[in-house]
Design a protein around this ligand. Sequence first.
Ligand code: NAP
Length: 508
Amino acid sequence: MSFAGDLWSRFRWGRTTEPARVVIIGAGFGGLGMAIQLKRAGHHNFLVVEKANDIGGVWRDNTYPGAACDVPSHLYCYSFEQDFGWSQRYATQPEIHAYLEQCTEKYGLDEHLKLGTEIASADFDERTGQWRLLTATGELIDADVLVPACGQLGRPATPDIPGLNSFTGTIMHSSRWQPDRDLSGRRVAVIGTGSSALQIVPAIAARTDRLTVFQRSASHIVPRLEASYSTARRQTARAPRTLSRLGWWLLYESMALGITRWPPAAAGAVRGSRALLAAQVEDPELRARLTPDTEIGCKRVGISSTYYPALVRPNVEVATDRIVAVTEHGIRTADAAEHVVDTIILATGFEATDFLAPMRIRGRDGQELSRVWRHGARAYLGITVPSFPNMFLIYGPNTNIGAGSIIYMLESQIRYIRRAIAKLTTAPGHSFDVRPRVEDRFHREMQRRMRSTAWVTCRSWYRHANGQVTNNWPGQTFEYRWRTSRFVLAEYRVTAHNREQRPAGTNQ
Ligand code: NAP
């Protein structure tokens, strides 16, 4: 665009009232939060497209026994919707799902929801400056602004174990629980010892005939200080709730400092995890096998006071020899033992580094996002990618945190995106595209800061196959909040498009 053209369009900005058409992909905490904030800002021209038939994201998908949030609910909720009346400190999955349903209803989001609709591709049309989305069933949806809010933990990772398909019993991933499979009196295997396994194992151990937990590497686990809230407490005034929220936030900020920059700040967690193991596991041989040999925080720290007690039950065994194969009737380990089971639970995590897959997203000059990200996903502030104009990610690369409430991070992104959308609404027919050097400087900063974090010291879902930490934010959450507090137009290329050529699509 010429300088004169730029001036003219800048002059025009602020005069228009037609709100940009926003399409949000995903109806989890991120997508719904974005929708609510648009509504609260008086912006009603948006659609939330969700591939499942229900809202909730991970809190819809993860219905395994014991599913709950191990971050206290006073913190793990929207800052603008704190008054829910949680029944306990760590809310269960049904309660969190109900919370999101209540938010959806309160803010009248139903009319904006398009459930059961999977987006197959999104293409940026350079003539009109719009995104054209194609659903899996062939429907076209147009958007001025595209907000993918697909999460990082939506697609189950199936381990590459020989013979997995030959197993004749029940096999299910933790996030695809089959409630009709009764585990009572069954011989069950749980593969994995991450946060999901830590909740499943204590919830099912007593009812199984025999439970074998396959541990590849031991986790650091700190106590979960559960508390149930009386009816009176549920209706407590705002002040104690705010104090509780602040207290937990400060605790997690110090933990984040310990993981990212200054290990002494995590010393309390190290002591807590050692003390928990010593107090709950008497057998020195088992205790040795459950002692992590990794730095605390390099993988997500487990939070459970019931996991170790479940492992020491007489019907529970911890198998630490490497799994070499799944057979028709069980699991074979490197010590040549065959563990006969009739149910295998894969608590093996998610394809977390394949952001936005399997959607095909094409930006300027037909550039494919999956190709741009072939060496690992990256985005300025985790939100915007050069050559993908007017696309703003929620829970994108480098925005996950090792400790704390992800909702705090999501709200930072939502606020930033809302500001970008407000700016775009005053500039119809324009697109904003982050300058490559701005994004590149940010990416280099991220990778430089990663070097001092615990995350580079072990394997986890935070890291791309090439070793780069693509998922996590290497600082404090307040730093991220501060850095996303302003939408700086100078960091973007501004392009004028010809809206007269707007193609006919739908945006109902
Ligand atoms: P995860 O943390 O990625 O853990 C996967 C587990 O499976 C690890 O123990 C891993 O071993 C093991 N594993 C993977 N492939 C294996 C193989 N081929 N053979 C043997 N073991 C294998 O997954 P997750 O537990 O589902 O948790 C993912 C994330 O979800 C968490 O980090 C957290 O962010 C979120 N989450 C949160 C909550 C909550 O309460 N807030 C609850 C559940 C999950 P290695 O450790 O050796 O790699």
